[in-house]
Design a protein around this ligand. Sequence first.
Ligand SMILES: Nc1nc2c(ncn2[C@@H]2O[C@H](COP(=O)(O)OP(=O)(O)O)[C@@H](O)[C@H]2O)c(=O)[nH]1
Ligand SMILES: [Mg+2]
Length: 362
Amino acid sequence: MRIGIIGLPCTGKTTLFNLLCRAGGAHVGHQSAKEPNVAVVRVPDPRLDYLGALFKPRKLTPATMEFVDFVALTRGAGKGEGLGSHYLSQMRQADALLHVLRDFDDPSVAHAESTIDPARDASLVNTEFLLADLDTVEKRIARLELDLKKGKRDEVERELDLLRRCHAWLTEEKPIRDLPTSAEEQKLLRGFTLLTARPLLLLLNIGEEKLGTPNPAAERLAALVGKDVAVSQLCLKVEWEVSQLSAEDAEAFRADLGLKAGGFAEVLRGCFDLLGLITFYTGEGGEETRAWTIPRGATALRAAGTIHSDLERGFIRAEVVNFADLEANGSMGAVRRKGLHRVEGKEYLMQDGDIVLVRFNV
Ligand SMILES: Nc1nc2c(ncn2[C@@H]2O[C@H](COP(=O)(O)OP(=O)(O)O)[C@@H](O)[C@H]2O)c(=O)[nH]1
Ligand SMILES: [Mg+2]
């Protein structure tokens, strides 16, 4: 899973990125000046720690998420101004977008717009994405119409029909994530890599003075929450300060400010939930016990494919125990004696916390 951190200049994107690196012990990759920074962040996971203590594998591997610190978006990016199209095409590779919105007032930090207004900024970036998507859809329609003349029929017509619906939808300034589609069309849509089809987390970077008080900006943004859109808030400046302290001091500091305990790891897990990801586990009695990430609603077959393409190709069945049952009973043996283990087929919808053994043909 790759999460793209986006936003206007000086909103706190890089601060967030650095925090995630600290929280998750990340490996940072940086290819060249034109490429954004990438961090592979280990997702803190108490359930995995529990499994590690129980299964005693040689290796315990947490789920990871990639975070990309994109350059700032600016007005006109959607029409390809500046390096707009280059960066937008990189953003299309992200599975989800995390939009950092400035909601702190600090005269010493420049702002791209003249006032602090997160709802306006959210809609500004949304507009650029709508324009960029319209452009993508128009180009694809033009290409497919040519194909049609060359005599390719059924498939092309199906795709054209969907693209024309996308076009009308975007023209009405509506994001593609809200477009009603069939499961089959969903698959086609994924191939279009449209920005407004991506799940979106709006993260308000609030000023210290707003900590612990009701935030009108958050309430206004709440109106934007819908399918695959969530809103969250953080004071990145304070989070950064806390991250510099020892664990003990950090807890005291958090208690003082009335901040949620548990640190930034908690927030990372929050993103995870908001973005509709679930975790499953493999490796009872093996060399390695490992946590994996898949979207909610993914099938056992897809889970198998996440582990290895061989498992997807040769899939026979999945043997499943849910973590909650394991924790309640204390051992896999006890779970089996109670008949709480299950045998599931390809179409089984994976549940968060499933511990899976995939049987497959080589
Ligand atoms: N006052 C205040 N400053 C912040 C906060 N978050 C970030 N900054 C400052 O804003 C500037 C830009 O932050 P940065 O993370 O580099 O923004 P980016 O351009 O979005 O990557 C830096 O000087 C940060 O120290 C915050 O919550 N409050
Ligand atoms: Mg930056």
